[in-house]
Design a protein around this ligand. Structure first.
Ligand code: NAD
Length: 488
């Protein structure tokens, strides 16, 4: 038996979605923004005018985006606190500093990342030169969710701008305070002829999705991801889908258990668990299970004190609906610690669950909140089998000092990305593209890829007319044929 607490793994194909479609209609805006009608066409006219092409224009927009974040840092942090009770340090690091560092990378490499890249040319085409010529896609739509509402809107938008596109930014209506700040400041800082922020919920997004874009970059749950992909298919528009899923943390018998517990605790309870790459559940080897549970509890005490509700380092749940959903998941196991909640503050304590029912919603859907089920396994193979039977997660974490175990897990599981002996931090490395695989999404970004995702690398082969050998031209003779066979 692979799992003592989970003899019957849930269906691998159950959609891992913390956010089913209905709830997004909780705060619909009755009247659509009048700018929405024909917006893609208007921006396409701007794009065709050439406004967004010069690198100077792009650099200026990136500088302005940076300035907007720096000038109004407090307003952003206040809004994040209103929406998510986000501690200011967390808000700064994950929603402000992260964007600044991506913008700075783009500005630093703007010429290089938009410069043609030489490649070799085959003999039969000589004399010739070949290159990949980056060009913008045109007019792109960026749709963001509420959990890192600044980062997940502005990083792709900056990439689109750096690549020379016109862009529409659609922040999440669920993080309403942050959305309002973005909608007010973006037109003050950025060129509104080519960069437009549209607030709204399902009606507005639906109206935007009906238009023809050259790329749609969507971050959010998989249910709406399918809505986006269907709408895009109408116009054969390519999409990037940055989705979620249940990201496992595997703790091997060889792990440094104290460090593992602290790093899992940090990744899990950052933003009160509302992080797409938060460890969703833990698979721990029986021999270190009790130690891990003790260290998890100690880590929570260390990080948030005896009463996390009074800690200013711990966030809040984004809405009453999400709080209710998370509370309903508590019945999927036995609460080892935590479990307390307070409606007036949308507070839900850092919570660890044991004796987990593998068929419960707790193990079927992405938790996306501060509940951490800990399941016991008898071997690394059991953990690999457990992960392998489910949808490919957005992230996977393996804690082990034994290199063979790490290699084994890496070789036999699939995930969007991995941190070994840590959580979340793989996505802070701009050298590592960030994105999902299978149910956790398609396409990736960060670093060079944040710009590349919004570029078409146009292949060009330019021949010289200095010579024009007739070897490939008809009439085909035996001699030409023999010669050609030596070259192709
Ligand atoms: P959300 O409810 O804010 O929705 C995301 C966006 O989709 C919003 O802008 C919203 O207006 C729009 N939307 C919602 N319903 C729609 C509909 N029916 N038609 C058209 N547009 C619609 O955010 P969410 O989906 O609850 O976000 C949480 C999910 O996002 C989790 O699954 C999480 O794992 C995932 N996520 C992924 C990443 C990543 O980078 N891969 C990052 C953050 C969150």
């Amino acid at each position: 038996m692979a799992l003592t607490e989970n003899p019957a793994p849930s269906s691998p194909s159950s959609p891992a979605s913390a956010t089913p479609p209905a709830p997004t209609t909780t705060s619909p805006v009755a009247v659509a923004d009048p700018r929405i009608g024909g917006l893609a066409d208007r921006l396409r006219a701007t794009y065709r005018s050439g406004l967004t092409r010069p690198l100077n224009w792009r650099r200026r927009q990136l500088q302005q985006m940076r300035r907007m974040l720096v000038d109004h840092e407090d307003e952003f942090l206040d809004a994040l606190a209103t929406d998510l009770g986000k501690p200011r340090t967390e808000g700064y690091l994950t929603d402000i500093a992260f964007v600044l560092s991506e913008i700075d990378e783009m500005a630093k490499h703007l010429e290089k990342w938009n410069r043609p890249e030489k490649v070799s040319s085959p003999m039969v085409t000589q004399p010739a030169k070949s290159w990949l010529q980056p060009e913008p896609l045109g007019v792109v739509l960026v749709i963001a969710p509420w959990n890192y509402p600044v980062q997940l809107l502005l990083v792709p938008a900056a990439g689109a701008i750096a690549a020379g596109n016109a862009v529409v930014l659609k922040p999440s209506e669920v993080s309403a305070a942050t959305s309002a700040v973005l909608a007010r400041l973006i037109p003050q800082y950025l060129d509104d002829a080519a960069v437009v922020c549209i607030e709204g919920a399902v009606p507005e997004t639906t109206a935007l999705l009906a238009q023809r874009w050259d790329h749609i970059f969507y971050t959010g749950n998989g249910t709406v991801g399918r809505v986006v992909a269907r709408a895009a298919a109408e116009h054969l528009t390519p999409v990037t889908l940055e989705l979620g899923g249940k990201s496992p943390a595997i703790v091997d018998a060889s792990a440094n258990v104290r460090v593992a517990a602290r790093r899992i605790a940090w990744g899990k309870w950052l933003n009160a668990g509302q992080t797409c790459v938060a460890p969703d559940y833990v698979l721990v080897h029986r021999s270190v299970r009790d130690a891990l549970l003790e260290h998890l509890q100690a880590a929570v005490r260390d990080f948030y004190g005896d009463d996390p509700q009074r800690s200013d380092s711990y966030g809040r749940i984004v809405s009453d609906r999400h709080l209710d959903r998370l509370r309903s998941l508590l019945s999927g196991g036995t609460v080892l610690f935590g479990g307390e909640s307070d409606d007036t503050e949308r507070y839900l304590a850092p919570t660890v669950l044991v004796d987990v029912d593998g068929d419960s919603p707790l193990m079927a859907e992405e938790i996306f909140g501060p509940l951490l089920p800990v399941l016991t396994v008898e071997s690394v193979q059991d953990a690999i089998d457990f992960v392998d039977q489910r949808d490919h997660p957005l992230a996977l974490y393996v804690f082990a000092e034994d290199r063979v175990v790490v290699d084994d897990v890496l070789a036999h599981t699939t995930a969007g990305g991995v941190t070994v002996n840590g959580t979340i931090v793989h996505l802070t490395n701009p050298e590592l593209p960030f994105g999902g695989v299978g149910e956790s999404g398609m396409g990736s970004y960060h670093g060079r890829d944040t710009v590349r995702v919004f570029q078409h690398l146009k292949p060009v082969l330019a021949r010289s007319t200095r010579v024009d050998p007739s070897i490939a031209y008809p009439p085909y003779t035996d001699r030409k044929s023999k010669l050609l066979r030596r070259f192709v």
